[in-house]
Design a protein around this ligand. Structure first.
Ligand code: ARG
Length: 460
C-alpha cells in the first residue's frame, strides 16, 4: 500500500501534505463503476487484438465483478495512498488476480482513462436529467390543462399589462424547459465520444482497435485527435452551461412563485410540505424551496465560471489542473437532479386561487389594449385610439373604477365609435378569447398547446 506505482523514480516518498493535496479519491470514487466499465471494454479489445490472453481477460472480468459487488455493498476501503479511483481499482484488482491485473493498463494512461470515465458518467447523468425535465414539464402541463380558463394579470415591467390565462403562463415554462431538454440532448452527442486510445497524449505503440472499444461502450464516435481527447473538458463546460440556463429558468419561475404565494398577491398556494415556518413569527409560511432554487442557481453559474476558468490557460495536453473538473461537475449534476425532482413534486402541490388573480386583473386596466384594438377595428388609427383609451383610463383611475365599470355614455364621451358591444372586449375573458392564434393566450390555444406538448413528450 505504501508503494506508489511510479515510486521507483524517486528517492523519497511523497510528503503527507502533498499526498492529501493531490489525491482525488475522496470525490472521484463516484466514477468507480464507470472506470470498471471502461476497463472491461479496454481489456476485451486488448484480448481481441492479441495483447491479452483469454485467461487474463477472464481473470480481469471475474475480479472486476467482485469489485463491483464490493462497491455495491459499500465494502471498499478507498486509499489516499493510491491517489485516485483508477489506481485504487487497479490495485484492488491486482490483489485479487495478480499479474493479469498489472497487464490491464497496457496501451492506455490515466489521462485517456479519466476522460473516458467522466464522459460515461455524464452521459448517464444527462439521460436522467432529460427524464426529470420531462416529468417537470408534465406537472406544468397538468396545471395548464386544468387552469386554461383561469384569468390572471400578465405583467410587463411588473405592471399589470394584459389578461392572460394561467395555463398560458405555465406553458411559457414548458417551452423553456423544452429547449433545456434539447440543449441537454444535443450536448450528449459531444459528451458521447471516446477518448480511450489517446493514452497519455500521443496515442500508443500497441495495435489497439479503438472502434471495438467504442462500440462496447456505446460511444457514438471516437475522439480523432489524441491531444484533444485527453485535454479538453469542453463537453463538461457545455453541460454546465446548459445546466446554468436550465437553473436560470427555474430561478425565474421560483421568483414568480415567491411573490404569487405572498399574501399581497395570494395567486397560488404551495403545499405545506414545501414551506417552513419562522422560529419567531408564528404567522409565517416561507417558500424556502423556490428561494433555495433561486440561490442554487448562483452556485451552478459559479461552477460554469469555475470550469471555464480552469480550462482557459492550460497548454496542451493533459495537466493536473483537470482533476479540478470533477467537484464542480458532480455538484452541478447533483444540484440539477435534486432541483428538478423537488420542483416537479412542488408543482404537483400547487393550488390556484382564480378569484384573487381575477381581482388583480380588474385593478390594473388590463383590457385597455383591447379597447384600443376595438376602436382600430372601427376605423380609428391606432395612435389616436391609444390616446382615447389613455384618457378613459385616467378618468376610470380617478374614479377608482375599471374601464368595464364606466357607463356607455361616459365611454362615448371619449369616442363616438364606442357602442354597447364594447363590454365584450372589456371583460378579461373576452380579452383572452380574442387572442386566438398560435402562441396566443386564448384558452382554446392553451388546450391545443397542452395537446401538442403531450405528444412531443411521448416521443422523448
Ligand atoms: N485523477 C486524475 C484526474 O482526475 C487522473 C489523471 C491523472 N493523470 C496524471 N498524469 N496525473 O485528472
Amino acid at each position: 500500500m505504501s508503494e506508489k506505482k511510479w515510486s521507483g523514480r524517486f528517492n523519497e516518498p511523497v510528503s503527507e501534505l502533498v499526498k492529501q493535496y493531490t489525491a482525488s479519491i475522496d470525490f472521484d470514487k463516484s466514477l468507480a463503476k464507470y472506470d470498471i466499465q471502461g476497463s472491461l471494454a479496454h481489456a476485451q479489445m486488448l484480448q481481441q487484438v492479441g495483447i491479452l490472453s483469454s485467461e487474463d481477460l477472464s481473470a480481469i472480468q471475474a475480479g472486476m465483478n467482485e469489485i463491483l459487488q464490493e462497491i455495491a455493498e459499500n465494502k471498499i476501503n478507498w486509499s489516499v495512498d493510491l491517489e485516485d479511483v483508477h489506481m485504487n481499482v487497479e490495485h484492488l484488482l491486482t490483489l485479487k488476480i495478480g499479474d493479469a491485473g498489472k497487464r490491464l493498463h497496457t496501451g492506455r494512461s490515466r489521462n485517456d482513462q479519466v476522460a473516458t470515465d467522466i464522459r460515461l458518467w455524464l452521459r448517464d447523468a444527462i439521460d436522467f436529467i432529460v427524464d426529470l425535465i420531462k416529468d417537470l414539464q408534465t406537472a406544468l402541463l397538468n396545471l395548464a390543462d386544468e387552469h386554461a380558463d383561469v384569468v390572471m394579470p400578465g405583467f410587463t415591467h411588473m405592471q399589470v399589462a394584459q389578461p392572460i390565462s394561467f395555463g398560458h403562463h405555465m406553458l411559457a415554462y414548458v417551452e423553456m424547459l423544452g429547449r433545456d431538454s434539447e440543449r441537454m440532448q444535443d450536448c450528449r452527442h459531444r459528451v458521447n465520444r471516446m477518448p480511450l486510445g489517446a493514452a497519455a497524449l500521443a496515442g500508443t505503440t500497441f495495435p489497439i482497435k479503438r472502434e471495438v472499444t467504442a462500440k462496447l461502450l456505446g460511444f457514438e464516435s471516437i475522439c480523432q485527435n489524441s491531444l484533444d481527447a485527453v485535454s479538453d473538458r469542453d463537453f463538461a463546460i457545455e453541460f454546465t452551461a446548459a445546466s446554468s440556463i436550465l437553473m436560470m429558468h427555474l430561478s425565474r419561475l421560483s421568483e414568480e412563485l415567491i411573490y404569487w404565494i405572498s399574501p399581497r398577491f395570494a395567486f397560488i398556494d404551495i403545499a405545506d410540505r414545501f414551506c417552513t415556518g419562522s422560529s419567531i413569527m408564528p404567522q409565517k409560511k416561507n417558500p424556502d424551496v423556490p428561494e433555495l432554487v433561486r440561490g442554487k442557481t448562483g452556485r451552478i453559474v459559479g461552477h460554469l465560471m469555475g470550469l471555464i476558468t480552469l480550462m482557459k490557460s492550460q497548454p496542451l495536453a493533459y495537466n493536473k489542473d483537470n482533476q479540478e473538473d470533477k467537484e464542480p461537475l458532480f455538484d452541478t449534476v447533483k444540484t440539477v437532479i435534486d432541483t428538478l425532482r423537488i420542483y416537479a413534486d412542488m408543482m404537483r402541490g400547487v393550488t390556484v386561487k382564480p378569484e384573487n388573480m381575477r381581482a388583480a386583473v380588474m385593478q390594473g386596466f388590463a383590457t385597455a389594449t383591447d379597447l384600443a384594438d376595438y376602436l382600430v377595428k372601427k376605423g380609428l388609427p391606432f395612435r389616436d385610439s391609444h390616446e382615447v383609451v389613455a384618457k378613459a383610463v385616467r378618468m376610470a383611475e380617478e374614479q377608482g373604477q375599471d374601464l368595464s365599470d364606466l357607463p356607455l355614455d361616459v365611454l362615448q364621451s371619449f369616442s363616438k365609435l364606442i357602442t354597447e358591444d364594447v363590454y365584450h372586449v372589456l371583460t378579461p375573458e373576452g380579452s383572452l378569447n380574442a387572442r386566438n392564434h398560435i402562441g396566443g393566450t386564448a384558452p382554446e390555444q392553451v388546450r391545443a398547446q397542452v395537446e401538442r406538448w403531450r405528444n412531443i413528450l411521448q416521443q422523448i
